[in-house]
Design a protein around this ligand. Sequence first.
Ligand code: IVH
Length: 672
Amino acid sequence: MEVGGPPLHPGMRDAGHEIQQLRETLRRHEHLYYVLDRQEIDDAEYDILMRRLQTLEEEHPELSTPDSPTRRVGGKPREGFTKAPHSSRMLSLDNALNEGELTAFDQRVRELLGGAPFRYVAELKLDGLSLAVRYHGGRFARAVTRGDGLVGEDVTENARTIRSMPLRAAGESGDIEVRGETLLNRRAFERLNEERDRQELPRFANPRNAAAGSLRVLEPAVTASRRLDFYAYLLLEGGNPVHESHWESLAALDRMGFKVNPNRRLCMDLDELLAFCAEWDGRRDELPYEIDGVVAKVDSIAQQFALGYTAKAPRWAIAYKYAPKRAMTVVEDIGANVGRTGALTPVAHLRPVVVSGVTVSRATLHNEDEIARLGLAIGDTVVIERSGDVIPKVVRVEAQGADRREFRMPSVCPVCGGAVVRAEGEAASRCINTNCPARLKESVLHFASRGVMNIDGVGEALVDQLVDKGLVRSVADLYGLTVEQVGALDRMAEKSAANVIRNIDASRKATLPRLLSALGIRFVGARTAVFLAERFGSMDEIIAADPEALQQAEEVGPKVALSVREFFAEPANRELVERLRAAGLTFTYEIATRRGEGALRGMTFVLTGTLPTLSREEAARRIEAAGGKVSGSVSRKTRYVVAGEDAGSKLEKARSLGVEVIGEERLMEMLG
Ligand code: IVH
C-alpha cells in the first residue's frame, strides 16, 4: 500500500486513491515510451495527468513519496557528492583487441572448465558510464557511479530523473541491485551541443563525456533536461547473481521494466560469438547510440563462479573492442570555409586516409583557439577520428612536420576578398561583407533546408549556380525565379525545374516559425522561433517589440532578445523582410496553431506518395495549422501515415510497425 500512516480524513482518502491511480498510469506510460519505445497517449495527455498528480501532491505533501513520477523533474541542487561503497566490487573487463585474443580467451575458459560444454551471452558494449542502482523493497533507492570500483559517488537524485530508470522494479519486493550503463544517444548529444552553441558554452567532445557531465552535475534538474538513458546488464542480490544463467537474469530485468538491450545473443560456441562481433562491427552506425565493442559473458552462473576473478576482472567475461575509428595522416594544408554568419572555420586538408571504410580528406578544426590548443601546423602528422556521421576531427598532433608552417587565419575572405574581423572575446573570425557569395550560398541553403522552409530540390549544386550566375543575390530572389531560368542551368531537366519552382511557390505557405528560423537570426532556431511566434502572433509584432517585450516569449533571455533586435535594426534585413512580404510569405500565426489547440494536437504524421488533391506541402501546412506535427520518417511514435499513390518504403515501414495508414479523405475529415 502506497499510502499508510495515521488515519486520514475523508477527502484525503480520495486524494490518496487518485494519487495512487495516477502514479500507476504514469508509470505505465513512462515504461511504454522510454523503455519499449511505444506511445499510447500523446504528450499533452501525459502532461495533464502529470500536472494533476503534481497538484494533488502539493495539496497533500504527506502523501508524497520519493518514487513518485513527479520526482523525475529534479530536486534541489547539492553542495557536492557523497561517497558510497559498493555492495561488491565493480570490476572492469579484460579486453580482447582482435579475433586472436578472443580465441585465446575462449581457449582459457575451455581449459578452466575442464572441457565441460558452455555458452556465451553476447551483448553490445555500450559506450557510457556504469552505474550501480539499488532497490529496497522493489523501490529505487540509491544510484552510485563506479568510482574506483570499491567506492563511488552517490548520484541518486540525478539518476532518478532518467526516464528509462524504473522507480519501481515490477513484481519485485526484495532488495536488489541492478548494474548497467548510462548513456546519451547521438540525437540527444547533438541537441545538447546545439543548445550549448546557442549559449556559447564549450561543446562536449563525444556522447560519453556528455553523459558523464550530465550525470555528475550538482543540479538534478540539469540531468533531467539532458535525456539520459539507462540500460541494465547485471542483476544482483546481496552482491551475487540471482538466476542460474545470465540470459535468464536479462529476461528478468526486462520483466521488471528495465531497458535491456535487445541486440543480444546466446552463442553456442566461439564461431557464433565471432559472427555476432563481426555483424555489429558492420552495423554499429545503424544504432542510435555509440558502442565500442561486444561483451561476452559465460552464461551459466555456476560456471562463472567456478571461473572466478583475477585481481581486476572476472575470468568469465571479456570485452571485445572494436578498432577505434582513428587513423594517422598528414595535414597538407589548412583552408577556411565561410559559413552563413560569415564565420571562418579552419579546415584541415588531409592526405586521404581510410577510417572504418570511409575515405577521409577533410577534418574540421573549429577555430583558431582549437588549432592553438592542438599545437598544429601545416605538414604535421595527426591522429584523426571519425564517429558516426559527424565530420571527422583532429584528435592530436602525433609528430611535427620537418617543414611545418604555421596557419594564419586569412585577413581577407577567401571567397569575396572582404575584410575578416575577429571581435574581442569571440572565438570566430568573420567575413563582414553581408553580400559575400559564400555567406549568401549558406544562407540560401539554410533557408531551403529540411525542417526550415522545406524547399525540396534546392541543394548545393543548384544554389552554387544560382548565386554564381547572379540569379540569386538574396533569399527573396528565390520567389522571382522562373521555370525557364532554372531549366537553363546545368544538369536541370525541365521537369525538375518545374518541380523546384512549384516547391518554392508552396513554401510561401510555410508557417511563421519556419520563416523566422529561416532568416538565420543568431540564436533563433526552430524552438525559439515557435515561442516568438506564439507570443507575438505576427512578424510585425516581433519587429516592433523592444528587447524587454521580446523576453516575454518563453525561453527568450537578454542575449536572444538583443540578437533579434539587432537583426531587424539592420536596414538590409528590413529590406529582405519587406521583399518576402511582397512575395506573399506567411507573416502571421494562426490562433489554432498558436495555442496548439487544433484537432491534431500532439499527433505526428508522415506523408508519403502522391495524394489525390493536396500537394504534400499543402497537406503538411494544414496538419501543422491544426496543431499536428509532420515528420519525414516513420517510427513507433508516428500516429498516422497518410499515403497516396505510389507510396513506397514508408508505407511498408508503417505496416511493419503497426502504424495506422490513412488516405487523404480521412485526413480531411480529421481536419474538419
Ligand atoms: S558487464 C563484471 N556488460 O564496460 C562485469 N559491461 O570495460 C561488468 N559496459 O565498466 C560489466 N556495456 O561500464 C557489461 N553489456 C555490458 C556493457 C558493459 C558496456 C562497460 C561497463 C564496464 C566496462 C568494462
